[in-house]
Design a binder for this molecule. Sequence first.
Ligand code: C5P
Length: 239
Amino acid sequence: MSPDPRLCLALDVPTAADAARWVARTRDTFGTFKIGLRLFCAEGPAVVRQVRAAGAARIFLDLKLHDIPNTVAGAIGSLAPLGVDDLTVHLSGGPDMLRAAVRAAEAGDIHLLGVSVLTSLDGPALAATGVERSVEELVVQRARLAAECGLGGLVCSPREAARLRATLGARLELITPGIRLVPGTEGDQKRATTPRRALADGADRLVIGRAVTAATDVDAALDALRDACGAQPTSAGAS
Ligand code: C5P
């Protein structure tokens, strides 16, 4: 069974050993494995090579970088030799930071993804930071900025995928977390949706965490996920 390039497993686990076990168990299903801040801070850069050695086809390092252009470019240059495939930066870092990040990512053969607005921020929270626009307006504005600055893709809510696809066309890869297989298991994901719906709305890759890693029957969850995604297309997924 070959992994589906549209599916990404979020390795939100405390240790590299836990991550390696999940990769070994699910590498036939997931084309990408995402290492977040928790795992990276616990284990350091070596965790990227450990996840690769466990059999990950593609590695998404979700560090959400945000600093001055020179510092972000330097960080990306330091990450490139580890074999990172996808990396996130905050679009709120502005055009100079984003262009510097794109140049460094291109030099390091990294696919750069922008985080538009954190899903934990709502209107009042944005206003408290001095941003008076609505979340929806800000997401579209920052998505346009990502395209103008040459980023490869965007992390967005699955509920925003259809609107962004309509606004941006096929210019950016859309990657959506907030995926649930069973209605009623949203937990802290306020705007979750199903894999089928997210793909139909224009998502290219789906980030899935607890729907698999916290499932009481992991094999059943993996079967349900594959079933929901239908046959694997030959051209979709990571570019
Ligand atoms: O367990 P769950 O499927 O909710 O995990 C979703 C993953 O996607 C987590 O690693 C989370 O940090 C990440 N994520 C998110 N919302 C965003 C960006 C990233 O849930 N806006």
